[in-house]
Design a protein around this ligand. Structure first.
Ligand code: FAD
Length: 453
């Protein structure tokens, strides 16, 4: 094995500075740093990084090009499988994917593949290489429902094939979770805006504020329909006091903050949040909610409560570390059993003290409630417990099949049970990741084009 060369560190903003604003805090590599980091690649005969990438990006050749400073080639290689590399390079859970499989990581730190993808995509944006090249018009018209990453990726391919694309989105903004969920200190809003600009320049039409409830009529009017409606229904705890003022599902809490303008003090504001905030959950959504909360000017104390231990937390290690650095207190082996209030407003949370039992179906040790209780004085609680699928479209559209969780049933080409209706992303898999949504959007777009040809 080659010498144990440490990873090239990326410049970051100090925790006690960044926890007071919403600016991107990972500063990104310089050209020189990117080349140096890429040169740490061992050039494995069997590239595990590629296996670990959900879309099997050609990472070894990408790294070889980046090492030589040939960023145009590196970008081209990434674009073979991805059309949201500027987003995936930033938000993919790399430690579980490519970087988690990097052989360099066995004895030292894995290659910073995500940071390199992010650098190369940023470089490509600066060079104007991210425009969508459009073929001659085919005269075919496709309706996409929802404007999250699944649809953005799908629309990109459809437009490049020369089809007309109309995107119907129930909200007044574009991006789905990228806009309301992933905070701007993790994913700069300029990245999303640039992607939307490229799609619009390629001819995409967005119809905002339009909730689609049935696709039968659209399937007749359009040559094909793509359903990228995500998984947007928040899970509940089902405990007393959940309807008190001050208790929010994570989606509402994050939207209120992430869609608010940045004020003169550099922060986004949300007056509906109090001073002492408790976030329930151990996943990345909980980390985002807590990190948003800590950035509010009124925040005095932010807790994350989780029913298992830190070792079982589904959040990425990096996210968890960032949250801790920013001053969030973790309370593990605790689970809320009651929200208490005065005059209809939350004042306290009673948590059960938990212990771990035998492993459950997920392979993680099952959390068991003991008789122990602790009470915390809080005025805001955020429930980050996961999301479910909305059944409205499948229930209203005759012949459109969904499974028992409300996920649309598709084949490996993204085709639903209605011949010209396709689906992909969280709407099919349940809550998952951006890269998987993108892949599903690309797959569906390719099979739509095949069908229309
Ligand atoms: C807070 C948070 C943080 C996350 N962080 C990460 C991360 O760091 N990395 C990662 O890989 N993944 C992350 N994820 C998961 C990831 O964002 C999702 O898997 C991904 O956005 C799914 O894309 P999608 O296009 O399928 O759905 P969505 O992004 O949910 O988009 C669906 C869109 O459809 C619209 N819509 C829904 N119903 C209708 C309708 N009937 N009519 C019209 N429009 C409709 C919605 O308003 C929305 O805009 C995160 C999720 C959350 C909630």
């Amino acid at each position: 094995m080659a010498a144990n060369i440490p990873r090239v560190k990326m410049a970051t903003v100090e925790p006690d500075v960044r926890n007071k604003n919403f600016d991107v805090f990972l500063k990104g590599y310089t050209k020189e740093e990117a080349m140096e980091e890429a040169s740490r690649c061992l050039g494995c005969k069997v590239p595990k990084c590629k296996e670990g990438c959900p879309i099997h990006n050609n990472i070894p050749e990408f790294l070889a090009a980046a090492k030589e400073g040939d960023f145009a080639k590196a970008y081209e290689l990434i674009c073979e499988k991805s059309n949201l590399s500027e987003i995936c390079g930033t938000v993919c859970p790399h430690e579980d994917q490519c970087e988690g499989h990097c052989v360099r990581g066995v004895k030292s730190e894995p290659l910073a593949i995500g940071s390199l993808e992010r650098f190369v995509s940023q470089w490509a944006r600066e060079q104007g290489l991210t425009k969508i090249k459009v073929k001659a018009p085919t005269g075919k018209k496709i309706a996409c429902i929802g404007a999250g990453p699944a649809t953005l990726a799908c629309a990109d391919v459809l437009l490049s094939e020369g089809h007309e694309v109309v995107i119907f989105e129930e909200k007044e903004y574009i991006g789905g979770v990228l806009a309301w969920g992933i905070p701007s200190y993790r994913l700069g809003r300029d990245v999303i805006e640039d992607k939307v600009k490229a799609l619009k320049e390629a001819g995409a039409k967005f119809v905002l504020g339009k909730r689609v409830t049935d696709v039968a009529a659209l399937a007749k009017e359009y040559d094909a329909v793509f359903l990228g409606v995500g998984a947007t229904v928040p899970s509940k705890m089902g405990i007393p006091g959940e309807d008190l003022k001050g208790v929010y599902p994570a989606s509402e809490f994050l939207s209120k903050i992430n869609l608010a303008p940045v004020e003169e003090d550099g922060r986004r504001h949300f007056d509906g949040c109090g001073k002492r905030i408790l976030v329930v959950g151990g996943g990345n959504v909980a980390m985002d909610a807590a990190r948003d909360a800590v950035r509010l000017p009124q925040a005095e104390k932010v807790y994350i409560v989780y029913r298992r231990t830190e070792a079982e937390m589904p959040a990425c290690t990096e996210e968890l570390e960032h949250a801790k650095e920013e001053g969030i207190e973790f309370m593990t082996l605790r689970n809320p059993v009651e929200f208490k209030g005065e005059n209809g407003k939350l004042t306290q949370v009673v948590c059960a003290v938990m212990e771990l039992g035998e492993p459950d179906a997920s392979g993680r040790r099952r959390p068991l409630e003991t008789e122990g209780r602790i009470t915390l004085d809080v005025d805001t609680a955020v429930l980050a417990l996961g999301f479910n699928n909305d059944r409205e479209i499948s229930q209203n559209t005759e012949g459109l099949e969904a499974d028992k969780w409300g996920c649309f049933i598709v084949d490996d080409k993204g085709r639903t049970s209605i011949p010209n209706v396709y689906a992909g992303g969280d709407a099919v898999t349940g809550a998952a990741t951006v890269v998987k949504a993108m892949q599903a959007g690309i797959t569906a777009a390719k099979s739509i084009s095949e069908q229309l040809r």
